[in-house]
Design a protein around this ligand. Structure first.
Ligand code: 13P
Length: 330
């Protein structure tokens, strides 16, 4: 087994999963603002430290996806975040795409950029302690018209190029084509789009000669749109999610992680439990786990509000959610 494969597989051990703490400056600023927390680099550092400095997270987390800024910062323990995580057995990873922009051929859709200087940036991130990476594309559902085949294909090409460059740089790639939950569409339409997105992605990955065994897929669950009145049961979500993945994801990939995508913490926990159960039932060929941002952080942020005196209570809420999500896996 190569080092990359071993690193990729280690992220799925012992019912542990990933914290996505890789919000860009823009996203972190608006997320913090929604909890009444002010902006700025020091506030963002304290925000990261709230989660990364919480005692006991190593019981539930195998890895954390960081934003590049955090790789160079120190936590309350005076250690650089990647060093502090690695010392606790948590693999540091980093988001390496540079965000989205309108896709000229279909301006209502977004395309992810960041390939141009990627090899240089990856070399730097590796030196700073990252062992895995993530690239996110977004897929918008709009009736039967979106996503367009062109946008799916262009995003897949970029995801595949990124994955190849990451492997060449000695870093595990997490490919994340996020099918957005926003919209009025039903779950059947979501299932078809997830399946098509992943089929396109893995056929392009094949063409780029990316090693499947060290690729991790980060995917959305199959859910009815957020503006659809239908509330899916966990069993319905599990049925459609596992069926879509079985129909599109090669058995050789190192594993599959789920994003929370705007689900409440309880929904993201209950749906993961049902998906894990279903995956066991059908003997799914890949390990699965969580890679949540919002569903893991929301409750703690509502308590913290940027105040020192709330740190302990906020961390306790974070640990309780981590324990619940991890327990849902097995
Ligand atoms: P959410 O769990 O909040 O969807 O975030 C996961 C992620 O990494 C999105 O890119």
């Amino acid at each position: 087994m190569t080092d990359l494969v071993a690193t990729a597989r280690s992220l799925f051990a012992d019912n542990k999963g990933l914290l996505a703490a890789d919000e860009s400056v823009h996203t972190a600023t608006s997320r913090l603002a929604s909890y009444g927390v002010g902006a700025g680099e020091e506030m963002r550092r304290q925000y990261r430290d709230l989660f990364l400095g919480a005692p006991g997270i190593e019981k539930y987390l195998s890895g954390v996806i960081l934003f590049s800024e955090t790789l160079e910062e120190k936590g309350g323990d005076k250690k650089l975040f990647p060093k502090s995580l690695a010392a606790r057995g948590i693999a540091p990873g980093v988001k390496v795409d540079l965000g989205t922009e309108p896709f000229p051929e279909s301006p209502d859709e977004l395309i992810t950029h960041g390939l141009l200087d990627l090899p240089e940036r990856l070399a730097l991130y590796r030196k700073q302690g990252a062992v895995f990476t993530k690239w996110r594309a977004v897929v918008r559902i709009e009736g039967d018209t979106l996503p367009s085949a062109l946008a799916l294909h262009e995003n897949a090409k970029r995801l595949a190029s990124y994955a190849k460059v990451a492997q060449e740089a000695g870093l595990v790639p997490i490919v994340e084509p996020e099918v957005l939950m926003e919209g009025v569409h039903g779950r059947t339409r979501a299932r078809a789009v997830v399946e098509e997105t992943l089929n396109v992605l893995f056929s392009v990955i094949e063409e780029h000669a990316v090693d499947h065994a060290s690729v991790i897929l980060k995917t959305s669950m199959v859910l009815s749109g957020s503006e659809n009145a239908k509330r899916d049961t966990p069993d319905e979500v599990a049925e459609d999610t596992v069926a879509a993945l079985l129909a599109s994801v090669p058995r050789q990939v190192a594993g599959i992680v789920f994003l929370s995508g705007g689900q409440t913490p309880d929904q993201a926990t209950d749906n993961l439990r049902a998906i894990a159960r279903k995956a066991r039932e059908v003997n799914a060929p890949w390990p699965i786990t969580f890679s949540y941002a919002r569903a893991l952080q929301e409750e703690a942020l509502a308590i913290w509000k940027g105040k020192e005196e709330n740190i302990d209570a906020a961390r306790a809420a974070f640990l309780a959610r981590l324990a619940a999500v991890s327990a849902a896996l097995g």
